[in-house]
Design a binder for this molecule. Structure first.
Ligand SMILES: *Cc1c(COP(=O)(O)O)cnc(C)c1O
Length: 319
C-alpha cells in the first residue's frame, strides 16, 4: 500500500509539471447545497484533467530508470496526459484508442506528438495491444490507475486541498478505477483522519459500491453512463484495499442528477466540467450526504468534453 511519503515524493517529482489548481467558490451553489462548497478545479489543470499528476509521477520515474518509450491504452484523459509528459521529456509515446474514438481526442493526443493506434472497442482489446507495443519497443506500459506511482501522483490533490482550504469537513471524489480517491485518501487520512472522504459513482457504474458491499472486487458492465471517465468495470487490485481501509462512505447519483449538476455549473458558474466531475456536485446538490453547514470540497476532476456532445448533457434546471 502507498503511504503519505509516496504522495509527498510525488509532489516533488511533478512540481515543475502540474499546476496547483485553484479552489473556486459559488455562493449560489453553497446556498443550494446548504454547505460551504469549495471546488478543487482540476478542469483547469494542464491537459484538462488531474490525470497529468499520476502520469507525470509514473513516466518521470520510469524515464529516470532508463525507459525510452511509453505506451498507454486510453480513449481519454490518461492518454492525453501520458502523451503530454512523454513529449515534454522527449520520449516517444503510443496511445492505443478505440476505433470509435472522437476526432477531438485523437487531435489532442497528436497535438502532444503522441502516436495514435486504433484497436477494437473495449479495454479488453486495447490493454494487451498497448502492453505488446511496450514489449516490442522495450518500453514501459503506463497503467491508468492500478499502480503505486499513479495513485501517489493523484494523491497530491489531497495535499493541495489541505493547504488551500481551512477547516475542511468533507471531501467528495469521483471513482472510476480508484486511483484518484486512493491517492487522496492516503494524503488525507495519514494527515488528518477527522476529515471525511466520500466517494461518488453513477448508478450505472456502481462497481466500487458493489465491491465494498460484497467485500470483494466485483465487476459490472459500466458502459452506459454519460460520465465516461467513470466507466471502469471494476476497482483495481491495488486501489481497492485503500478504499476498504479508509473510505468513510459512498453515494450514487443518477444520470439525470449528473445532467442537472453539469447544467447548473455551466449556467451559473460558467465552468465547463466533465460529466464525470459533475457527479460530485450532484452528490452535494441532491443532499446525498445528509449533512448541512459543513465545509465541503468537491474534486472537479476534469473538463475535457466533446463539444458536439454538450447538448446531450444539458437539461433545464429547476433550481
Ligand atoms: C480518470 C478520471 C476519473 C476517475 O479516476 P480513477 O483514478 O479512475 O478513479 C474521474 N474523472 C475524470 C475526469 C477522469 O479523467
Amino acid at each position: 500500500m502507498i503511504s503519505l511519503k509516496d504522495v509527498k515524493d510525488a509532489k516533488e517529482r511533478i512540481s515543475a509539471i502540474a499546476h496547483v489548481t485553484p479552489i473556486l467558490q459559488s455562493e449560489q451553489l453553497s446556498k443550494i447545497c446548504g454547505n460551504q462548497m469549495f471546488l478543487k478545479s482540476e478542469h483547469l489543470q494542464k491537459t484538462g484533467s488531474f490525470k497529468i499528476r499520476g502520469a507525470s509521477n509514473k513516466v518521470i520515474h520510469t524515464i529516470e530508470n532508463g525507459a525510452k518509450y511509453v505506451t498507454a491504452a486510453s480513449s481519454g484523459n490518461h492518454g492525453q496526459a501520458v502523451a503530454y509528459i512523454a513529449n515534454k521529456y522527449g520520449v516517444p509515446a503510443t496511445i492505443v484508442v478505440p476505433e470509435n474514438v472522437s476526432t477531438c481526442k485523437v487531435n489532442a493526443i497528436q497535438a502532444y506528438n503522441g502516436k495514435v493506434e486504433m484497436c477494437g472497442t473495449t479495454s479488453g482489446e486495447r490493454l494487451p495491444r498497448a502492453q505488446a507495443i511496450a514489449d516490442q519497443e522495450k518500453g514501459v506500459f503506463i497503467p491508468p490507475y492500478d499502480d503505486p506511482f499513479i495513485m501517489a501522483g493523484q494523491g497530491t490533490i489531497g495535499l493541495e486541498i489541505l493547504n488551500q482550504v481551512e477547516n475542511v469537513d468533507v471531501i467528495i471524489v469521483p471513482i472510476g478505477g480508484g486511483g484518484l480517491i486512493s491517492g487522496i485518501l492516503t494524503a488525507i487520512k495519514e494527515t488528518n483522519p477527522n476529515i471525511k472522504v466520500i466517494g461518488v459513482e453513477p448508478e450505472l457504474a456502481n462497481d466500487t459500491y458493489l465491491s465494498l458491499q460484497n467485500k470483494k472486487i466485483t465487476a459490472i458492465n459500466a458502459a452506459a453512463t454519460i460520465a465516461d471517465g467513470l466507466r471502469t468495470n471494476q476497482p483495481g487490485d491495488l486501489t481497492f484495499p485503500v478504499l476498504e481501509k479508509y473510505l468513510d462512505d459512498m453515494v450514487l447519483v443518477s444520470e439525470d442528477e449528473i445532467r442537472q449538476a453539469f447544467s447548473f455549473i455551466l449556467e451559473r458558474t460558467k465552468q465547463l466540467i466533465e460529466p464525470s466531475s459533475a457527479t460530485t456536485i450532484a452528490a452535494a446538490m441532491f443532499n446525498k450526504l445528509n449533512i448541512q453547514g459543513k465545509n465541503i470540497v468537491t474534486v472537479i476532476s476534469g473538463g475535457n468534453v466533446d463539444l458536439d456532445k454538450v447538448h446531450q448533457y444539458i437539461v433545464t434546471t429547476t433550481r
